[in-house]
Design a protein around this ligand. Structure first.
Ligand SMILES: Cc1cc2nc3c(=O)[nH]c(=O)nc-3n(C[C@H](O)[C@H](O)[C@H](O)COP(=O)(O)OP(=O)(O)OC[C@H]3O[C@@H](n4cnc5c(N)ncnc54)[C@H](O)[C@@H]3O)c2cc1C
Length: 174
């Protein structure tokens, strides 16, 4: 279905670059694939969340389940997790945690973090289109930074002064 939009927000995550290509805009975002595996609670559960710094794995005990997340593979758009890396994440977690011999894995997935060359998001108006706003490139911190981005995008749309200076986050910095 085709329709005309008054305003457009480009928030396509790791796919922002190919989407913007159609608008003749070069958005320097690369996908950085990360992995998640969630299992039933193990007999010995960590009592709080942990970061296994040397192995770059986050451990999240959540009620009746335990989740490991980690890994960063740049440049691959596939969201199919590689089983070899899932096994390596489990092996790494075993170096630190007393886990059951066999884990009851309930869910595994891979997701694409939208990374920029300087690690900062791209937020603000398009230099070429007066009704296009970027809200992308949040890399490893999209869940944490999303509310702030939402607020400044709403301010831009309503013609208000933004809560923080968007110049360091403009597309023109590249
Ligand atoms: C394993 C892992 C763990 C993470 N842990 C954390 C964490 O603890 N804390 C944190 O802050 N962040 C974390 N992140 C990062 C966070 O997930 C991302 O920064 C965030 O998802 C980016 O949000 P986004 O809305 O920009 O992009 P996305 O969440 O990727 O959403 C983009 C959306 O655009 C849609 N889209 C793409 N192209 C089109 C199109 N042509 N038409 C229509 N729709 C389209 C996609 O389907 C998708 O729904 C983690 C990421 C991974 C992979």
């Amino acid at each position: 279905m085709a329709f005309e939009a008054e305003h457009v927000i480009l928030a396509a995550g790791a796919l922002s670059s190919p989407v913007a290509h159609d608008l003749k805009l070069n958005i320097p975002i690369q996908p950085a694939r990360g992995y998640s595996m969630t299992m039933s609670a193990t007999k010995t559960m960590p009592s709080h969340a942990l970061i296994l710094g040397e192995r770059r794995i986050a451990v999240s005990p959540m009620g009746g389940v335990l989740r490991f997340t980690g890994r960063l593979e740049v440049g691959n758009y596939s969201m199919e997790p590689n089983p070899v890396w899932l096994q390596r994440i489990e092996n790494s977690a075993r170096e630190y945690l007393r886990l059951d011999e066999k884990l009851d894995v309930k869910e595994t997935w891979a997701g694409l973090r939208p990374t920029t060359p300087d690690g900062m998001p791209i937020i603000g108006r398009s230099p070429k289109h007066n009704n296009l706003i970027f809200a992308t490139g949040h890399a490893m911190l999209g869940l944490s930074l999303g509310p702030g981005t939402g607020q400044v995008v709403a301010e831009l749309l309503n013609g208000k002064e933004t809560s923080f200076d968007l110049r360091p986050l403009s597309l023109e910095r590249f």
